[in-house]
Design a protein around this ligand. Structure first.
Ligand code: BTN
Length: 251
């Protein structure tokens, strides 16, 4: 069995612009696979779709660097989200789901987001996985975020230790990443835990085959996760489409 993720070194900072930036610096210096960068705060935390990632407290903000085979990189977002899902499911009793491609929700509110940046050279990818998990920040009654959001503290009424949650995530990620590398990952288990599975939802999509004026507001029923990480959806007439770069809009 190939063992492709060995945690080599962990760096912990009080403040960084973004853990993604320093990860890139490590890659530029050819020091990369197995490095974990944690920061207590970020001045320029970034999210997907050019959004900011703002942490208002004692949350998990970290990046890990891996070198997956290029043919597997499309599955890294969902494997990461699933590792977060498993980590948090051990802490919260509430309904927890994975919002494809890589968010984790509790009762429909976002608790974690993942940002992936790939630096591909020949057949090798240096992949930075940036993870934000709302742990001790207060999200109740906040309107600062585009989507409704929540933290572990909001749910449990307890302050939780950020570092031990990061370590648990790394243990889980190691398991599922190795399964991915060894072609042993059961995507059905992940698929079963998708947010809005079997429901018709509103997609904000940049799906390139659609005309521009139709691209903002499309309804599809979510069928399942495909082997390649794309999302199988159906329109009202039952026509199947596999989405590769879209986002489920919150209802
Ligand atoms: C998203 O849901 O939009 C993705 C959010 C990713 C946030 C994390 S926090 C650690 C890492 N550093 C960043 O600047 N972003 C990611």
């Amino acid at each position: 069995m190939k063992n492709n993720f060995v945690l080599k070194r962990m760096y912990i900072f009080d403040e960084l612009s973004s853990t993604m930036d320093i990860s890139k610096e490590f890659i530029d210096r050819s020091v990369s696979e197995g490095i974990v960068i944690i920061s207590k705060s970020q001045t320029k935390g970034r999210g997907s779709n050019k959004r900011k990632w703002i942490s208002m407290g004692d949350d998990a903000l970290f990046s890990i660097i891996i070198q997956p085979p290029v043919e597997k990189i499309n599955l890294i977002p969902i494997v990461t989200a699933y590792s977060i899902f498993v980590t948090l499911k051990n802490i919260v009793d509430e309904k927890i789901t994975i919002k494809w491609p890589n968010d984790v929700l509790v009762e429909g509110e976002k608790i974690s987001g993942v940002l992936i940046e790939n630096y591909i050279h020949n057949k090798l990818s240096n992949t930075v996985i940036g993870i934000g998990i709302n742990i001790n920040s207060n999200h109740k009654g906040q309107n600062r975020f585009i989507y409704p959001s929540v933290s572990l503290k909001d749910i449990t009424n307890q302050n939780l230790d950020v570092f031990s949650i990061i370590l648990k995530f790394l243990d889980n990620f190691k398991i599922f990443y190795e399964k991915l590398i060894n072609d042993d990952l059961d995507l059905n288990i992940i698929s079963k835990n998708l947010h809005a599975l079997g429901e018709k939802v509103n997609f904000r999509t940049h799906y390139k085959q659609l005309e521009k004026n139709k691209s903002e507001n499309i309804f599809y029923k979510i069928i399942s996760l495909n082997e390649d990480g794309t999302l199988k959806v159906a329109d009202d007439d039952g026509n199947i489409t596999n989405l590769s770069n879209s986002e489920i809009a919150f209802r």
